[in-house]
Design a protein around this ligand. Sequence first.
Ligand SMILES: NC(=O)c1ccc[n+]([C@@H]2O[C@H](COP(=O)([O-])OP(=O)(O)OC[C@H]3O[C@@H](n4cnc5c(N)ncnc54)[C@H](OP(=O)(O)O)[C@@H]3O)[C@@H](O)[C@H]2O)c1
Length: 328
Amino acid sequence: MSSIPLATDIYFNLSNGQKIPALGVGTSPPDNKPAVKEQVITAVKAGYRQIDTAWYYGTEQYVGEALKELFEEGVVKREELYIVTKYWPSLYNNPEESINQSLKRLQLDYVDLLLQHYPVAFKSGPDGLPVVPLDEAGNLIYDDDPVTGNKFIESYHKLEDLLENTTKVKAIGISNYSNPKLRKLLAAVKKHKPVVNQLEVHPLLPQQDIIDFNNQNGIRVAGFSPVGSGGAPVLKLPLVNQLAEKYNVSPNEVANAYLILQGVPSLPRTSNLERIKTNIRLPPLTREERDQLYQLGVENPERFINEPWGRGLGLKWFKGDNLSVEFD
Ligand SMILES: NC(=O)c1ccc[n+]([C@@H]2O[C@H](COP(=O)([O-])OP(=O)(O)OC[C@H]3O[C@@H](n4cnc5c(N)ncnc54)[C@H](OP(=O)(O)O)[C@@H]3O)[C@@H](O)[C@H]2O)c1
């Protein structure tokens, strides 16, 4: 029997009084969407209590099927789970339409947290289609300038209205916000500050300046892609493997611990059910070991999620971003 604590037992406080589970199961599918059902069932049975999905992923339906089964079998009650979904820039103008669709697919009455997926606005139809509008040259068609525009703020105000006037969301938050974008948003918030900012975080992309600024404003950073996404580059780092050996855990668990031990919930994804079940321990890395991991990213920072819609947002080390002008 291992004496190492479990990441699935840890919860963090949010500014609105909610508690968010420190380990969440990611549901963005590289290929096989229906397989997400079994991944969620496996995760919840293994003790995960946060589920991270999004309108954009096309997997909410399978998350919903998993939840139905888990509730019917009595494995877990709705109120024991923390379910996060996101609305996409193609529906920036109507987060209520997005959450209506999400709730239907998830077979739920409410989500615990609804995030603005990216602070940008696409020119799409009222149904949010096309999801990614492109011109003939393959460039994104925006409804607002991604660098100077303010429609992401109008969109956030609609999110605030949703929280204020409906029971469909228990909390609201943001994702992929740099410090310059967050500064603009905070100056314009009407009543409800975001409780979470979901960002790429791992030893090769520590983003300490963003974590500090969010912490100062009572916003908890949650970390996606903890092993660096496809190909899992973080798992190839010698230091990660040395620490895994020292604590007799997997390199995945070291990657999760790097986030969780600094108060950042970790959102890994894997299609390997065995990995879902076993990667739940929290090795007690020392302060010095965490600093060593952090130094890897200070010396050689690398961002692995570089989707075109992230350009112009002021996110550092964004490959192919020829738009952003504001870095701090
Ligand atoms: N808010 C946002 O904009 C945003 C963006 C990206 C992600 N997310 C959320 O974060 C979740 C996780 O992100 P992610 O999927 O990009 O990153 P991730 O968890 O860092 O990486 C997942 C990849 O690592 C591989 N992997 C994991 N453990 C491995 C091992 N031991 N050996 C070999 N390969 C391994 C997985 O392959 P296998 O399937 O073969 O294990 C998968 O391809 C997503 O599902 C989503 O919920 C949010």
